[in-house]
Design a binder for this molecule. Structure first.
Ligand SMILES: *Cc1c(COP(=O)(O)O)cnc(C)c1O
Length: 381
């Protein structure tokens, strides 16, 4: 029996990536600019529609860093950030010498709770520290409560940065995630829904902000024949080789989302007979989730095992699974940051597990997952 490792999410090439890379070689565009960078940006702009402008960058983290700068966040400021997320959502706040203020999740989507968000804003304003931005995350591809979160942000006039790193192709009320905020960021790291090996993008509706982002991402060179600088710049542009991979990936994005959603359906069926095991699904029809990763949650009052036992069992079958992101307010590095919530994210972390969800999983691999899970459940029930 083939027992090669089954990953949570591994790169899945569509076929034309190499063609775009070869074009870059043929034309000697081996640089962080060129036709693939422009072409990839155009592909993303068309895909997201809603008149957005996209700047292709070296990572999603870099995109967040620039988004915060362009929101005017400075040393000593505070930025509200979803606690249940990957550290990359919060780290760029600290790069700027600002302080993250963490906000708990709600139970429908596990994303930022509108209730705790408003409580946090009111309290920070009362303390004389109005936050400079809100970073809300569409975690695992599940849209956050866009309508509610943005209504609160508008009420207090705080810009929203949508962390859409995991949510390319997800929609809310028919509109693509990544088009709601003043800025949004995308990631094309190796394990994301599409990959450029490493890369990211900043999305904005304002063409001038796109130009500013590219200016900052290319060392902030003023218009002059010599190198003249009146602000601090960064080296954050995407390579033309990597962008070629991205152009090929865009051709198969929707097909790959369909496959991920099939994986989610597979898990819904696999666990449907078990009352205490739930799959995180869209709470309403207005949410369309790319299901970058399928998330399983256990009701510990009904289930005689922990997610960690299941994880170890799957590992013995050479199948990767992973706990949910550990909330940022529980991370040693952020232990002093303010937090608003009731430990819903912590509960999600303790009772949730991410399951192999790649668009490239074969029928045989699905069978191996099914057999391993059934083996485990037979022992436990
Ligand atoms: C991957 C990811 C990022 C960072 O993107 P990189 O391209 O890896 O820098 C940010 N936020 C979330 C939620 C992510 O999953």
């Amino acid at each position: 029996m083939n027992n090669s490792k089954i990953y949570l999410s591994s790169p899945h090439m569509g076929g034309n990536e190499q063609k775009y890379i070869n074009e870059a070689f043929d034309q000697n565009w081996i640089a962080p600019l060129g036709p693939n960078v422009n072409g990839f940006e155009k592909d993303l702009e068309e895909y997201l529609s809603n008149d957005v402008k996209v700047a292709a960058l070296s990572s999603g983290t870099a995109a967040l860093h620039l988004a915060l700068i362009l929101c005017g966040v400075e040393r000593g400021d505070e930025v509200l950030c979803q606690s249940l997320t990957f550290a990359a959502s919060a780290n760029p706040i600290v790069y700027l010498g600002a302080t993250p203020v963490f906000v708990d999740s709600e139970t429908d989507t596990y994303n930022m709770s509108p209730q705790f968000l408003e409580a946090a804003i009111k309290d920070r304003i009362q303390k004389g520290r109005k936050p400079g931005a809100i970073i809300a995350v569409h975690l695992y591809g599940m849209p956050y409560k866009v309508r509610e979160i943005h209504a609160i942000a508008n009420k207090y006039e705080i810009p929203v940065i949508e962390d859409s790193a995991e949510a390319l192709g997800s929609t809310y009320e028919g509109q693509k995630c990544g088009t709601f905020g003043k800025f949004a960021i995308l990631s094309f790291n190796g394990n994301k829904i599409i990959t450029t090996s490493g890369g990211g993008a900043l999305v904005t509706k304002d063409p001038q902000l796109k130009e500013k982002a590219i200016f900052l991402a290319t060392q902030a060179r003023d218009a002059a024949p010599h190198y003249q600088h009146s602000s601090i710049g960064y080296n954050y542009r995407l390579s033309n080789i990597a962008a070629g991979i991205g152009r090929g990936q865009m051709e198969v994005l929707d097909a790959h989302i369909a496959k991920r959603r099939e994986m989610n359906q597979f898990y819904n069926e696999l666990f449907s007979a078990f009352d205490g095991i739930k799959i995180l699904n869209a709470p309403e029809n207005s949410y369309f989730c790319n299901h970058w990763l399928t998330v399983m949650k256990l009701d510990n009052s009904k289930i005689p095992f922990s997610t960690e036992q299941l994880r170890v069992h799957l590992e013995n079958y050479n199948i990767e699974s992973r706990p949910l992101w550990k909330p940022m307010h529980l991370q040693p590095v952020f232990k002093d940051a303010p937090y608003y919530g009731e430990r819903i994210g912590e509960e999600a972390f303790l009772t949730g597990l991410c399951l192999p969800s790649g668009s490239n999983l074969t029928g045989e691999e699905k069978q191996r997952i099914q057999d391993a899970v059934k083996d485990f459940l037979r022992e436990k029930f």
